[in-house]
Design a protein around this ligand. Structure first.
Ligand code: NAD
Length: 361
């Protein structure tokens, strides 16, 4: 946790492809906030393919040490065709998986928001999604993805069979549910817990544990929803949700579904938090090698990830809201990178978009 009077220590890990380009724009915004009096210290280190180039590993020891010492980690994106032939243990994505594991980042926060100015970018009708602002809190380190036993075996009839184990311990459910309740307290005070308690024993326990916790958060209205219904409601009436909390498997699917409501992947931030509020903040998109080096990437997902960092790690709602207001003002003025422009509309580059956000701050 950050001590009063010490700078906010941010580890900046630009990564590969468009990663360094969007990181540069994030630094511009941080520099502007510094000029406004925020005490911020930024240290940069390579990760992913850049880590491999610099130190022979996607997560160099020095990078992990820097991430451990920081209050928050701001990451661009990793990966690229140059690294596709490396052995699995040296591939760029191992850098992210390694850092998540080493830092115990168990809570994944994915907002799906659609600025009214971009309502046309969604595949859903503008009236269904304009102004959408929901948050999905997904457990990241348990569930059927990690449960044992798992594997393949042969049935008594000699047929091959695959099997996995869904499991959640009470303590794991409690800690992710608390993240959901606290996030709801900072937002619209509504929490929907998503499970499959009509079929799965794991989900019955999940529902019991989340229900019991709600007594500690009387200001948050808790409801429960089966995952199949949640998938349906997300496209039918997504604006009825505020915060959704769910397990790893259901969250994986629902968060991707929700991100499509918001149109471009260049707009969506994310956070992965540990038990003490330390977090890794990154856009949900990848390194976009197809547009890297062409000043064509949308830096807003990265800049909005930074807003989440101020909200969740540094408890500076004022700074988070200020960044989000600046982004909204820039969009309202009609500035668009190629991914969010309508056909025929004038297109701004990565740098111009970053400069405009700084000016709007
Ligand atoms: P991608 O997200 O990089 O790109 C998908 C499409 O979206 C591309 O057409 C790209 O140009 C576009 N796009 C992405 N971000 C954009 C932005 N900010 N502005 C404008 N357009 C944007 O996914 P991909 O092409 O499947 O993967 C490319 C590389 O990224 C791969 O090496 C993959 O492994 C890696 N990847 C990394 C992460 C991560 O770092 N967290 C996540 C996903 C993929």
């Amino acid at each position: 946790m950050k001590l009063v009077g010490t700078p906010m220590k941010i580890a900046l890990l630009p990564g590969d492809g468009i990663g360094p380009e969007i990181a540069r724009e994030a630094v511009k915004v941080l520099d502007a906030l510094k000029r406004d009096g925020l005490d911020i210290a930024i240290d940069e280190a390579p990760i992913g393919g850049a880590g491999h180039d610099a130190a022979g590993h996607p997560l160099p020891d020095a990078t992990l040490a820097l991430a451990r010492a920081a209050d928050a980690i701001l990451m661009g994106a990793v990966g690229g065709p140059r690294y596709d032939t490396l052995p699995r243990a040296l591939r760029p994505e191992q850098g992210i998986l390694g850092i998540r594991k080493a830092l115990g980042l168990f809570a994944n926060l994915r907002p799906a928001m659609l600025f009214p100015e971009l309502a046309e970018a969604s595949t859903l009708k503008p009236e269904v999604v304009a102004g959408l602002d929901i948050l999905i809190v997904r457990e990241l380190t348990g569930d059927i993805y990690f449960g044992e036993p798992r594997g393949r075996r042969t049935t008594e009839r000699g047929e091959p069979e695959g099997f996995d184990t869904m499991r959640y311990a009470k303590s794991e459910i409690e800690r992710i549910a608390r993240v959901g309740f606290r996030a709801a307290q900072k937002r619209g005070k509504k929490l929907t817990s998503v499970d499959k308690a009509n079929v799965l024993d794991t989900s019955i326990l999940w529902r019991e544990v989340v229900s019991a916790l709600s007594a500690e958060y009387p200001d948050v209205a808790l409801s429960h929803m089966y995952v199949d219904n949640a998938a349906m409601q997300l496209v039918r009436a997504p604006k009825t949700f505020d915060v959704i909390v769910t397990g790893n498997l259901f969250g994986d699917i629902l968060s991707d579904e929700a991100s499509m409501l918001a149109g471009s992947i260049g707009m969506l931030p994310s956070a992965s938090l540990d038990a003490h509020g330390k977090g890794l903040y990154e856009p949900i998109h990848g390194s976009a090698p197809d547009i890297a080096g062409r000043d064509a990437a949308n830096p807003l997902a990265m800049i909005l990830s930074m807003a989440m960092m101020f909200r969740y790690t540094f408890a500076r709602e004022d700074v988070a809201a200020k960044i989000e207001r600046a982004v909204r003002a820039v969009l309202a003025r009609g500035l668009r990178t190629a991914d969010i422009a309508r056909p025929g509309e004038a297109v701004a580059g990565t740098r111009a978009m970053g400069d405009a956000v700084v000016a709007a701050l």
